[in-house]
Ligand binder design. Structure first.
Ligand code: 6PG
Length: 233
């Protein structure tokens, strides 16, 4: 078992630059070795600035060869302000010259069980019966220790690689999420954690609590990039 690797950054800008460099490094390695780069995007607000940074690095990787997946999605239409797809699309992907075949959107506008099954079948079609082997998964962390849409003490609709979440404490209540098993099966995991309000959840990972974010971070080698939100001035 490899302990999670924590890196604290003095400023948000430094964190985002390092995270972009990490995405590019994993992408170059995956494309060189396997000819594909399966990248799982995180939702919420924290990754927005990273996606904008990666949008500025249009020439640093063959983005048209990248397969984009999502770690979770809220059960809203794809053009809804709360959509994790929309956040990444507006901040980055709309200008990246991608083909639809490489954008594996969670169709969370469908009924929850149907949406979860649909995403799972996308994964099995792409990776085969052995399930997903993502090259890099980006993850956020909630102040309660949740990650993606896996919340503490919240039962999920069972699924091997994808689960349905209802009654999530963070609005909206219905979500589709990759399972802990899917996150653990990835080659690399990178958590982006910013803001004093996450300090306790971050400490929870250090202490290896049973919160989902901690379980994911400890299940397989993970990196955690942290900034308290100070601008460093
Ligand atoms: C979501 C995210 C969620 C997010 C954390 C942190 O769909 O809400 O997947 O897990 O990463 O809640 O959110 P912020 O980055 O907005 O603080």
């Amino acid at each position: 078992m490899t302990d999670p690797a924590f890196t604290e950054f003095r400023t948000l800008e430094e964190l985002h630059a390092a995270a972009a460099a990490r995405v590019l490094h994993c992408g170059r390695e995956a494309l060189a070795v396997r000819g594909r780069f399966h990248l799982v995007l995180a939702g919420g607000n924290t990754p927005r600035a990273l996606y904008a940074e990666l949008a500025r690095r249009a020439n640093d990787l063959e983005w048209a060869l990248v397969d984009f997946w999502w770690g979770d999605e809220r059960c809203v239409p794809r053009d809804h302000a709360a959509s994790n797809f929309k956040m990444a699309w507006d901040a980055w992907l709309s200008g990246a010259g991608l083909t639809d075949a490489r954008v594996h959107r969670i169709r969370a506008e469908l009924e929850l069980p149907v949406a979860a099954k649909d995403y799972e079948s996308q994964l099995l079609t792409e990776f085969g019966a052995q399930g997903p082997a993502f090259d890099l998964v980006l993850l956020g962390l909630g102040s309660d220790g949740h990650s993606a849409s896996l919340f503490p003490d919240l039962a999920v609709q069972p699924g091997q690689w994808v689960v349905g979440v209802s009654h999530a404490p963070k609005s909206p209540p219905e979500r589709v999420s990759l399972s802990e098993k899917a996150f653990a099966a990835a080659r690399n995991r990178l958590f982006l954690v910013t803001g004093e309000d996450k300090a306790q959840a971050l400490e929870g990972i250090r202490r290896r609590t049973d919160a989902p974010g901690s379980r994911i971070a400890w299940a397989a080698p993970s990196e955690i990039y942290w900034n308290s939100g100070s601008t460093g001035v």
